[in-house]
Design a protein around this ligand. Structure first.
Ligand code: BJW
Ligand code: ZN
Length: 234
């Protein structure tokens, strides 16, 4: 079994999604902020966005959707959780192995020398963080548009999609590639593909099933039915 999650799974924790009316931060579309050119042009603005999100994420907790996936990981022998989210909520919910396709918002590094610099809070400084080693600009360790995903992580995710028999795509608009290719890769390899979302997406027509509803309600039902099935089998 392989599960791909997107921002929708964290929505019920109070983390805004990227797209849709609630997804916009100061009227910017994610494409305008999540790219290297925007960062170089206006690092203050981009850091303001990340600092705002970092603080928000620190103050929320995982929801029943995250918890259900951590429970399912315990029950299923071959289980891979792939996330596009940078919020760490899967790990905080107890998931042991998480493939983070788009990085992690708590980490950062220098654009010049590559040194890691995970100072927890740059907001206090009220300025753009600079590298302690070389003075270069520090950027969040996340994947922006036009940037490659961490190669090994993506290869592992792709391999899991190819070998699984059940693939769940949860809370993602399925418009950002290559993450959005994973359900189709799974389907072409023979998996049964189910989407969980509050609304239909660009890929719904190609899914075996779309379950319309909140991840925090549907995933616990799935985990519960798996627990009951195990009880019957034992
Ligand atoms: C619920 C719910 C509830 C709500 N329960 N559901 C043309 C030029 C250049 C590039 C491209 C191009 N065409 C395509 C590309 C590639 C590009 C791309 O895909 N662009 C498209 C937008 C067209 N991709 C890339 O550039 C990627 N890299 C790449 O391809 O490398 C090769 C390459 C190199 C050089 C040149 C060209 C190619 C990188 C993509 C990086 C994406 N980065 C971000 C930011 C990460 C850091 C951060 O967090 O700040 O990742 S953008 C943003 O979108 C973030 C997300 O992970 C990603 C996906 O969003 P997600 O998770 O789906 O969220 P939403 O908001 O879109 O959807 C939420 C869903 O939840 C909705 O459907 C709701 O209905 C649902 N929902 N509540 C269940 N309770
Ligand atoms: Zn440096």
């Amino acid at each position: 079994m392989c599960v791909l999650t997107g921002a929708g799974i964290s929505a019920e924790s109070g983390v805004p999604t990227f797209r849709g009316d609630n997804g916009l931060w100061k009227k910017f579309r994610p494409e305008e902020l999540a790219n290297f050119e925007a960062f170089i042009r206006n690092p203050e603005l981009v850091w303001e966005w990340y600092n705002y999100r970092r603080q928000l994420i620190e103050n929320v907790i995982p929801n029943p959707g995250h918890v259900a996936l951590a429970q399912i990981e315990q029950m299923v022998q071959e289980f891979t959780l792939v996330t596009q989210n940078v919020d760490d909520l899967h790990r905080r919910a107890g998931s042991k192995r998480v493939l983070e396709l788009h990085g992690n918002i708590q980490r950062s590094y220098c654009v010049d020398c590559g040194a890691r610099d995970d100072r927890p809070d740059f907001t206090e400084e009220r300025k753009i963080p600079r590298c302690r080693t070389c003075g270069g600009l520090i950027r969040p360790d996340v994947v922006w548009f036009g940037e490659m995903l961490p190669q090994e992580v993506f290869e592992e995710a792709d391999a899991a999609a190819r070998r699984c028999d059940l693939f769940l795509s949860v809370g993602t608009s399925s418009i950002v590639y290559p993450a959005a290719s994973l359900p189709m890769v799974a389907k072409q390899s023979g998996a049964y593909v189910i989407e969980v979302n509050v609304e239909r997406t660009d890929l719904s027509g190609r899914m075996d099933q779309t379950l319309i509803g909140k991840a925090g309600e549907i995933l616990p039902l799935l985990a519960e039915s798996m627990i009951s099935n195990r009880r019957v089998q034992q």
